[in-house]
Write a protein that binds this ligand. Structure first.
Ligand code: AP5
Length: 222
């Protein structure tokens, strides 16, 4: 069976994680978030985690060969048997070309690229106010989506923390890296698969609806 693969792109804080989780669930695909995989490696204290830590704290990209290795492994997981939603990957033109090669080996390709666009001032607000459950990873925002008990996760009671790269200086650098290294990936896809632009500067439900419409429009929904 040929698998189906979708790419969710956008600047830091655009809502890629929020929307990619829903999309993966709706379509019965796995979600491959390279940021989450790197953070899990750090928590586990693995060699990969140690290697990635400095780059992530500084808001820089982890080298392409490392990322392609991680994604290649993740794609072999049982839960990806029907395909994947890529969240935060590819982030460079070399990663995009590498992903194409990886999929070609199985006679597969990227089906749709969804780009979530949000103005920069709003991104900064979202990232600075984001809190994450240390235990289950559920996302909150201190103003737009707070937990009912301050500092505690509604889902599992875990402690809510700020990501080390959500501090103001690092946010600035991550946005610059996006402009310089990731924006060119859009040109790569515009020359082939195409890019569907989603207005991410609206409430989460409205963005999710636009994504569903964009999936229906190409006639490949679940
Ligand atoms: P990664 O974890 O991928 O971070 P990112 O791309 O900077 O994106 P974020 O997770 O910050 O934001 P998001 O778009 O997922 O938004 P979210 O849904 O969380 O990468 C981290 C680092 O890892 C990188 O800097 C790099 O070092 C390394 N890395 C990862 N992948 C790599 C790769 N491929 N190559 C090299 N290095 C790599 O939402 C943000 C907040 O806003 C939340 O609080 C949420 O609740 C809220 N929110 C979401 N949607 C809305 C909405 N519509 N309205 C209001 N609030 C909203």
């Amino acid at each position: 069976m040929k698998r189906r693969h979708l790419v969710v792109m956008g600047p830091p804080g655009a809502g890629k994680g929020t929307q990619a989780s829903r999309l993966a669930e709706n379509e019965g695909l796995c979600r491959i978030s390279t940021g989450d995989l790197l953070r899990a490696a750090q928590q586990a204290g693995s060699e990969l985690g140690r290697r990635a830590e400095g780059y992530m704290k500084a808001g820089e990209l982890v080298p392409d060969d490392v990322m392609l290795g991680i994604v290649g492994e993740a794609l072999e997981r049982e839960e990806c048997a029907r395909g994947a939603v890529f969240d935060g990957f590819p982030r460079t033109v070399d990663q995009a070309a590498g992903l194409d090669r990886l999929l070609e080996r199985h006679g597969e390709k990227v089906e749709q690229v969804l780009l979530i666009e949000v103005p920069e001032e709003e991104l900064v607000r979202r990232l600075a106010g984001r809190r994450v459950c240390k235990n289950c990873g559920k996302l909150y925002h201190i103003s737009f989506g707070p937990s009912s008990q301050e500092g505690r996760c509604d889902q599992c009671g875990g402690e809510l923390v700020q990501r080390p790269d959500d501090r103001p200086e690092t946010i600035k650098r991550r946005l610059a890296v996006y402009r310089e290294e990731t924006r060119p990936v859009l040109e790569f896809y515009r020359g082939g698969t195409g890019v569907t632009v989603i207005d991410g500067d609206r409430p989460i439900e409205a963005v999710a609806r636009e994504i569903r419409d964009a999936r229906d429009a190409i006639g490949t929904g679940p």
